[in-house]
Design a protein around this ligand. Structure first.
Ligand code: G3H
Ligand code: 13P
Ligand code: ZN
Length: 328
């Protein structure tokens, strides 16, 4: 059976580690995460976005994940909805067997406009009430993910807003975080600290001016018992950028969130670290390489197998770096 996110994050807090939460879309992603978890004895959060749900279909996702739990009965697994855009999306996830949901009320349901604080509190509290009655955990989000270099706030599609946001607008306010958690009762809180989704997070190796671990420290001081979540936390490692570009992929040089910065955030209450882009790059880069090196092959297993193995390697590195390893 699947377990809730709350159970996993409570255990992580008691033992001072964090869990990577990997976005999954199909069989190969799930195999990659589960094989790495099995090899390192790590508990698992598998998360599916609205895009993943419409790509795979809820029934396929549910059965794939139940298959993972059956294949690896000794590994605790949580199925989490990533970025629910409105209460009805969270409710349909709960009905479909998710054991945890994110209500992201930081944007309106159009995915384009920044929501008022009151709206965010209202929709999040509504989801908490329903989810908790069903034994399901809830993650909320406070603050606007975005780029402190450019002042671009992030819309749901990963593109920036028109106009510049200030540093204050782009970082979660610690006092507001305290109020938000007490009004909504969320199990975990996603915070804005200068990270954004996708490959293009920073145009240089980030320092405190553009990646604010200090903001996490301030929030943790106000909310020492709240599990914090980092979104947009792929590291976009150079070797994966090189793998992708060496075999014809087009991507300009970029920087992600260094693993060492994430490690600094773990003693400051970060318990869940969202990773999607790194797995996308691992899979696509490896497939490109195999197409180039073995143009005669047309059995998909010949390139999906190494692609899955490369994703598995990323998962293993994160389980070890976040001290998830050995905690299953
Ligand atoms: O929040 C963004 C995640 O990377 C999921 O992306 O909506 O394209 O599946 P997606
Ligand atoms: P990345 O794009 O950095 O992998 O972020 C994923 C994420 O935050 C999913 O919610
Ligand atoms: Zn996210």
């Amino acid at each position: 059976a699947l377990i809730t996110m709350r159970q996993l994050l409570d255990h992580a807090a008691e033992n001072d580690y964090a869990l990577p939460a990997f976005n999954v879309n199909n069989l190969e992603y799930i195999q990659a995460v589960m094989r790495a978890a099995d090899a390192t004895d790590s508990p698992v959060i598998l998360q599916a976005s609205r895009g993943a749900r419409s790509y795979a279909g809820d029934a396929f996702l549910r059965h794939l994940i139940l298959g993972a739990a059956e294949e690896y009965p000794h590994i605790p697994v949580c199925l989490h909805l990533d970025h629910g855009d409105q209460p009805s999306t969270c409710i349909s996830a709960i009905t479909n067997g998710f054991t945890s949901v994110m209500m992201d009320g930081s944007l309106l349901a159009d995915g384009k406009s920044i929501a008022s604080y009151e709206y965010n509190v209202d929709v999040t509290a509504e989801v908490v009430k329903i989810a908790h009655a069903a034994g399901v955990s809830v993650e909320g989000e406070l603050g606007c993910l975005g780029n402190l270099e450019t002042g671009a706030g992030e819309k749901e599609d990963g593109h920036g807003f028109e106009g510049k946001l200030t540093r204050e607008e782009l970082l979660t306010d610690p006092d507001q975080a305290l109020d938000f958690v007490s009004k909504t009762g969320v199990d975990a809180l996603a915070v804005a600290i200068g990270t954004s989704h996708g490959a293009y997070k920073f145009t240089r190796a980030p320092d405190g001016d553009i990646l604010s671990i200090e903001t996490i420290a301030k929030i943790h001081a106000k909310l020492p018992n709240t599990h914090l979540v980092m979104h947009g936390s792929s590291s976009v490692p150079q070797d994966l950028q090189d793998l992708f570009t060496e075999y014809g992929g087009e991507m300009k040089q970029t920087w992600g969130v260094p693993v060492a910065e994430i490690q600094k955030a773990i003693p400051l209450g970060v318990r869940k670290v969202n990773i999607d882009t790194d797995l996308r790059l691992a899979m696509t880069g490896t497939i490109r390489k195999n197409f180039k090196e073995k143009p005669e092959n047309f059995d998909p297993r010949t390139y999906l197998k190494p692609a899955t193995a490369r994703m598995q390697e990323v998962c293993r590195e994160r389980f070890e770096a976040f001290r998830t390893a050995g905690k299953a």
